[in-house]
Design a protein. Structure first.
Length: 246
C-alpha cells in the first residue's frame, strides 16, 4: 500500500491575519511548524478576491519552504500566469465562486473541458504536477485522464457534511472513484471538510495517496496548538491505513 501523505492547508491562518490586517499570525510560520509536525506538503488557495492567502504569501512559501507547495487555483488566466511564474510543485484546479464561503463542489470537467485543456498542458510543460478537484464521479475521472491531468483530488465535503446511511453512501462513492481512478492510472488524493471524526475511513482507502486538510486543523490548533493537532491527525491517518482503526 502506498504511503499516505498529509498536505496541510494553511489558508485559515491567513483568514485570521486578515481579520485585523497586518502580519500576524503568519501563514509561512504555520507552514514551517506543520513541516516540523509531520506534514508532507503545504496547500494554499490563492483566491481571486484574496480573502485569505495573498500573492506575497505564495511568493514567500515558494521561497522559504522546504516542503512541496500545492497551489489551489481557479482556471483563470490570472492564476495560470501566477502559477507559471512561481512554478509550485503542484497545482490543484478548483472551481471558484466569489459568493461561496468555501469550495462547494468539484470542478465541472465536462463543461470546462476547453478551458482546462490548455491550462493543464501549460502547467505540466512548466514542471507543475496538475490535479483536478472533482466530485467522486467516474465521468470526471475519465475527463481528467483525457485532459492529461495525472492527479485527481476527490471532494470529500458531501461525505463529511452528511450522517448515517447518507454518509456511508458518499463514502462508498469515494471508495469506488478512488479504485476507478487508480485503474485509469491516475494518482488519487482526497480532501475538504475532513476532521478527526471523518478522516479514518477515507485514509483507509488504499488507492488514496494524499489528504489535504485545513479548516479543522487550524480550528483545533486554537485549543491544542498546531503541532499537536497535526500530530494527532497524522496518527489517525496512520492507524486507519494500517487497519488499526477504520
Ligand atoms: N482540498 C481542496 C481542493 C480545497 O479546496 C480545500 C479547501 O480549501 C481543501 C482540500 C481543504 O479543505 P478543509 O479546509 O475543509 O480541510
Amino acid at each position: 500500500m502506498t504511503k499516505l501523505r498529509l498536505g496541510v492547508n494553511i489558508d485559515h491562518v491567513a483568514t485570521i491575519r486578515n481579520a485585523r490586517g497586518g502580519a500576524f499570525p503568519d501563514p509561512v510560520r504555520a507552514a514551517k511548524l506543520a513541516a516540523a509536525a509531520g506534514a508532507d506538503g503545504i496547500t494554499a488557495h490563492l483566491r481571486e478576491d484574496r480573502r485569505h492567502i495573498s500573492d506575497t504569501d505564495i511568493e514567500r512559501l515558494t521561497r522559504e519552504l522546504d516542503l512541496p507547495l500545492n497551489l489551489e487555483m481557479a482556471a483563470t488566466s490570472e492564476m495560470l500566469a501566477i502559477a507559471l511564474r512561481h512554478r509550485p510543485h503542484a497545482a490543484c484546479i478548483v472551481p471558484e465562486k466569489r459568493e461561496e464561503r468555501t469550495t462547494e463542489g468539484g470542478i465541472d470537467t465536462l463543461a470546462m473541458r476547453d478551458r482546462l485543456a490548455p491550462l493543464v498542458r501549460a502547467l505540466r510543460e512548466n514542471g507543475t504536477r496538475v490535479s483536478l478537484f472533482v466530485e467522486p464521479d467516474p465521468r470526471h475521472l475519465d475527463a481528467a485522464r483525457a485532459l492529461g491531468a495525472p492527479v485527481v483530488e476527490l471532494h470529500t465535503g458531501a461525505y463529511c457534511d452528511s450522517r448515517g446511511a447518507e454518509r456511508l453512501r458518499h463514502l462508498q462513492a469515494i471508495r469506488e472513484a478512488a479504485a476507478y481512478g487508480a485503474e485509469l492510472g491516475l494518482e488519487v488524493h482526497a480532501g475538504h471538510g475532513l476532521s478527526y471524526e471523518t478522516v479514518g475511513p477515507v485514509a483507509a482507502i488504499p488507492e488514496v495517496s494524499e489528504l489535504n486538510i485545513g479548516h479543522f486543523l487550524i480550528g483545533e490548533a486554537i485549543f491544542v496548538g498546531l503541532q499537536a493537532a497535526i500530530g494527532h491527525m497524522r496518527q489517525l491517518m496512520d492507524d486507519a491505513r494500517s487497519g488499526a482503526r477504520a
